[in-house]
Design a protein around this ligand. Structure first.
Ligand SMILES: Cc1cc2nc3c(=O)[nH]c(=O)nc-3n(C[C@H](O)[C@H](O)[C@H](O)COP(=O)(O)O)c2cc1C
Length: 329
């Protein structure tokens, strides 16, 4: 049997295959971030693809201050739940399982979108190309504000569970808020949330524990880890292995590996699984499943990555964005 067809368990959730659609934002919600018919149709089409066992829906903002884009999906208050339930049903109806991705954009939230001054671990501009956010220097979060964000993540996870999602993914990649805490390029704090790697991962531990408390012990939690910045002075693969082991210890059920301040691409790399140096190192260090995404264009690419032990599950983003019937013909 081909590896891509083998089932796998994430916690107690069984997936019938190793290929998933990772979060790929389409920004087709209404102005408040509520799910529209267009959104349900888009995901329903992709869930019909027989290779896809799991869909992780696009990053949804957990609080207005962390809203990254106009028409981004919201999971910031209970009025969202009805629409999210419709979306979940559209995906389940086509046979795939579904996780919600919950996010706070931090300094990548433009003021004209969030209507609030952006916040971040430290008052620094993101070192990303092309620039994200509106380029203004964010306010440094106080310890009290950090606690409010932790609670907002937990509330968002509770809404995902209420809406019928099979699991929840905490976004800590692609230069958004949790990634800003993790990366030494954007975290210059001198309190217990900055400095050592352990301190830079403190908010992650708090978020994971708060989410776990809200959703119960049996509900799958994923972390999308932008584990390496691939930049001078940035986070490293060694850091990502330490983070992965910590998250496993803190009850995370699956790790979804991607880039940090380099976001979801990697300069000079276009090969299938261009983050596999990181995912392979992490896979060796943990017992929970590992997902790698980036550059996969065919089923053969995915099969090869599984055979190489680069990961346990393979994400296919842009190919499925372009064509819901990817590799079905
Ligand atoms: C238009 C677009 C939107 C994306 N939105 C998200 C997102 O909401 N959350 C996330 O974690 N990654 C997001 N990504 C990254 C993808 O999940 C994926 O990692 C990336 O496209 C690389 O995989 P691929 O080569 O298969 O496309 C996005 C990528 C694209 C192209």
């Amino acid at each position: 049997m081909h590896k891509i067809k083998q089932s796998i368990k994430i916690g107690n959730l069984k997936l019938d295959g190793r290929i998933l659609l990772p979060s790929v934002a389409t920004y087709q919600c209404d102005e408040a971030g509520l799910v529209t018919g267009k959104v349900c149709e888009y995901y329903g089409e992709r869930a019909k693809n027989s290779h896809i066992s799991l869909i992780i829906t696009e990053h949804s903002f957990i609080a207005q201050q962390g809203k990254a884009k106009k028409n981004q999906m919201s999971i910031a208050d209970d009025t969202c739940i009805v629409g999210l339930r419709r979306l979940v049903n559209a995906i389940h109806g086509s046979g795939a399982k579904v996780f919600a991705q919950i996010n706070h954009a931090g300094s990548a939230a433009p003021q004209e979108v969030s209507l609030m001054k952006p916040v971040a671990p430290s008052p620094v501009i993101l070192p990303v190309e092309p620039p994200l956010g509106d380029g203004c220097i964010p306010n440094e979060l106080s310890a009290n504000e950090i606690q409010q964000i932790v609670t907002a993540f937990a509330n968002a996870a509770r809404r995902a569970k209420d809406a019928g999602y099979d699991g929840v993914e905490i976004h800590s990649a692609h230069s958004y808020l949790l990634n800003q805490f993790y990366s030494p390029l954007t975290n210059h704090r001198t309190d217990e949330y900055g400095g050592s790697l352990q301190n830079r991962l403190r908010i992650h531990t708090e978020v994971i524990n708060a989410v776990r408390k809200e959703v119960g012990h049996d509900y799958p939690i994923s972390v999308r880890l932008g584990g390496c910045d691939y930049m001078e002075g940035g986070s490293t693969i060694e850091d990502s292995v330490i983070a992965a082991k910590l998250f496993e210890q803190e009850s995370v059920n699956v790790l979804n590996i991607s880039g940090g301040m380099c976001r979801y691409t990697r300069k000079g790399h276009n090969e299938p699984g261009y983050f596999k140096d990181m995912s392979s190192a992490i896979k060796k260090a943990v017992h929970i499943p590992v997902i790698v995404t980036g550059g996969v264009k065919t089923l053969i690419d995915a099969e090869n990555l599984l055979n190489e032990q680069a990961a346990d599950l393979i994400g296919v983003g842009r190919s499925l964005l372009k064509d819901p019937k990817w590799e079905e013909k």
